[in-house]
Design a protein. Sequence first.
Lengths: 786, 161, 295
Amino acid sequence: MTSRTIQGQKNLQKINQASKDGIGGSPLRPDGALKVRGEFAYSSDMWHEDMLWGTALRSPHPRANILGVDVSEALKVPGVYAVLTHEDIPGEKYYGLEIADQPALAIDKVRYHGEAIALVAADHPETARRAVKKIKVEYEVLTPITTEEQCLDPETHGYVHEPHEYKSHAYGNVCHEQKLVSGLGVTDEVRALADVIVSGEYEVGMQDQAFLGPESGLAVPAEDGGVDLYIATQWLHVDRQQMAPVLDLPLEKVRLTLAGVGGAFGGREDLSMQIHACLLALHTGKPVKIVYARDESFFGHVHRHPARMRYEHGATRDGKLVFADCRIVLDGGAYASASPAVVGNAASLGHGPYVIPNVRMHAIALYSNNPSCGAMRGFGAVQAAFGYESQMDRLAEALGMDPVELRQLNAVTQGDFMPTGQEIDAPAPVAELLQRVKDMPLPPPLDLEHPDVRTLPGALSNTSHGEGIVRGVGYSVGIKNVGFSEGFDDYSTARVRLEVIGGEPVAMVHTAMAEVGQGGVTVHAQIARTELGVEQVTIHPANTEVGSAGSTSASRQTYMTGGAVKLAAEAVRHELLERGRHRYGWTQTDLSLVGGKVVSASAGVLISMVDLLGDDAVEQTREHHHRPTVPFDKETGQGFGHVQYTFCANRAVVDVDVELGLVKVVELTAVQDVGKALNPLSVVGQIQGGCTQALGLAVMEEIVVKDGKVRNASFTDYLIPTILDTPPIPVQILELPDPNAPYGLRGVGEAPTVSATPSIVAAIRQATGKALTRIPVRPEHLTDTL
Amino acid sequence: MRVTFSANGKPVEADDVWEGESLLYVLRERVGLPGSKNACEQGECGSCTVYLDGVPVCSCLVAAGQVQGREVRTVEGLGGEDGELGLVQQAFVDAGAVQCGFCTPGLLVQTDALLASDPQPSDTDIREALSGNLCRCTGYEKIMDAVRLASARTCSAEVRK
Amino acid sequence: MEFLRPATWDEALAAKAEHPTALPISGGTDVMVEMNFDVHRPSAILDLNRITELAEWSGDGETVRLGAAVPYARIIEELSGPLPGLALAAHTVGSPQIRNRGSVGGNLGAASPAGDSHPALLAAGRDVFVEAESVRGSRLIPIDEFYLGVKRNGLEPDELIRAVRIPVADGPQQFSKIGTRNAMVIAVCAFGFALHPKDGTVGTGIGSAAPTPRRAVEAEEYLRGVLAERGLWESGELLGPEVVRRFGELVKAAASPIDDVRGTAAYRRHALAVMARRTLTWCWNDYRKQIRSAA
């Protein structure tokens, strides 16, 4: 090797240093500066000259026949421009995410408390509110169908939807059902193989996404008879697909642009005010803004399915699982929303990340007159994890085993098969995650001599100066699927353009991905930098001018749209290099784009990208499809149903005031395998945020519904964790690449929300000795005062 | 009614204000300052926090008529000169404390007030001071980092002086 | 709706006389929630922010005269010496931002059974008075006669609250409140307790566990008797577990809570007994230290 080549290689090393802001780095958010200046335009910040304010009349009853609606007095209110009912809908009257069973405005009956019946557009929100109060609705109030027993006995209690109106495989108030049998199922013979059997019934309350930015948007009627909607959503294209038939407009005349989204967590997967604002705008010919107040937000979106679950687990004396028998009943409420997918997840993941030779599972979602439930972070898997992880602790106790060791003994690993028959063909380091979480140092013990009251359960409320406080530690692990499952092809599209701007090569990335806070825009820019060797990347506003990006849900956007950006950027790179080969006759096969230059590994820098591009931009659009999946067999639950699995393990340390039943989570540790952390800062942020929503479900968050009526539609009574409720959350990330995924990455957002709740409940159990079969755990559960 | 007051050092006026309107609505819808956010409108989230005569308050709970002739400072007024980010704003971006960002404006004002009264708060002091500002995305850890970072930068800036 | 902005107290009284259904607003932390959520549409809003004297307090060593609009934050900062129970209660109100605006006057005006000030005011003794004023004149309403029902108080339609007169603490005072979260929470139930060594009485106040804030009269009487009969004020001996337990039971018995979305009646009763035992213990321990260090 000559000294010249050595020098050349050294130079090359310098040149080859990829941008520190490429993948694996943690560059700052491109929207960060706007957000801290208060200049980022959220959907509720939209403003248009002469705009009107829209609002809805909502039902005070969970179940009633509508005998008449009289809007005449409302129309007389000065400043009111329109009052609309279902009769004013030009097109289809029903819409839905998976099943079109929900009327855009109630027709003849209401099926849940808060269902929209009529709309008003007026010159001021107060005018609209006054007008709404003048709409007269005559109801025939019916007894709501709200409990599992009532739902499953329609002969006695009636139907939420008339069976002849079912648009799916629903039957008898069962919206969707999935069974699963693996191994020998659960028979007397199988039971006999187990030395120890534990069973339990568990309940999960109705959690709310409680994103901070309320549902809102601005609809602007267009000259072509169409409408432009500026909206906070999770999936622009599927919104449009549901809206256009109701508005009786072709798809291309319903144009959606993503406005700033103030959090989502599943709650924006369904439509809220989209159709309503457009109906009012098209009717009045004026821009219409709708912003939900917090109480209306609780009625305006779906929630996490409450669940009742029955589990039975059998194991040998040495702790090997023999069977699991599970029944999961999810209350889907009045309309289907995402219930079928939630059932699919519960059924296929509901036995946890464990090898269980014999499984029987039955999961259903009910139609009821309770609020509609659908997507929320980790759906289906969250509810089940509370069941199976509670069972693991019970089993460990019955066996006299360490709960972590029991889990490790039965943990799945790469090459194992799920009860669906699907092989886990990527790393599944469940036992290692548990080991790592267990090995992390424990927080110091509570200083009971000189406690800072603010750090105790009750904190500023001054309920304890150390009295009654017992510490507990709990562990859990969870499994979640990434991406849409069961045969759904949830592809993503990306358009990438490379051109010279201001003497520099600049990449532009255009997708319809809903940036809801997760940091997808940061990651897209990182991918473009890495693939195209540029520093400057601009993110085009997300809209329906480019193909669908699928939903910002199911932990899928970095995988799916990130993957699309990668494909499009690779195509741009390919075209650019082809141009160079054609123009300059390069014969090297080792070309790459680094630091704004075309570089050959063997021959060094060939040309700057600025010179190669000249005035001609290179642009490519690509779709990214994940590997195909298939629906689960309805009876056996067998099938290659999921794209990817993801796992997280947690340890919770809690202090419980056992006399008052108050809880303070002291520390919540998480270890998660993320395949490849494209942006470590964002990954850790996702895990910490996901853990905190799990904390909320464990100890405080529940929409209280009594006889179909929501009792706490406010932030005064629906409590989410404050900074004083949230402990330090140490996070370790593992990066074991998934060969099937772009860069080997694994979806991140949901796994911690699945896994963290049971660890907190386990810790409270350890501190109190209570069985705790319902979440959220309330002080009443801990003090026997229900 | 007409309401005139000072917003971020500049006189503003709003006409035809409905008597039940909040300061938050006037800021967002009438005087072009939508940075303060409308998350709960019942004083339970802190995302609308602004300074009123130098005191951080929930602007959703201040009646518009009450600010007549008074001084309001919002997130839009926290920037440095020449359009640079203010110290607290920069710390939130640098620490990864911003995800969806809806809670951010209120947190920035409240953090600014905290550090003005106590440049070196303990972790528990930070948690107490920010206990009226809900965040649904971050789990607060990066927000703690941001406040610690802002505190460190405030102190080192003072040392330099 | 009208928006009235009196510049002086006399103007405010005149405005209230002219518009008896006008809703006074000061910090706005209750009133504006009702406005924003369309709960209430009064004929007029009467803004008291311009009347600076309402945000002032004065003391003569015996009594604190607390202006109706002194924000909780200043009570915590400036009055935790003379009014320790109220300062502790103020610290549990809402959030820092709410404490910068909300005031005892507002709490009294709203008269919600969940108001955090009430248990502390009741515990401060029977010589707590609400200074109510109208164009007809001024009167002092004893705190025990102020709370009439759920969100109903003893004010006449033309009256405004000018101040509250609270005796300066002559012994330890405590306040505890239950919430299902560790900050920013409305009381599931709350308890205020005070020792009054000068006249040998004790004070209690129960919040969120009856239609109105109320004192636990039998518990007060029981403890007053025990302290006197056993000479405990002088000796500073330990109370013993039986006295503490009995006191807790009597506090529990004084409540008549309901089941609601924030908690069950059974839990409220249980928690009141625990809080009563704990606050009594804390206060008595402090008292014992005081007399020992005085000795």
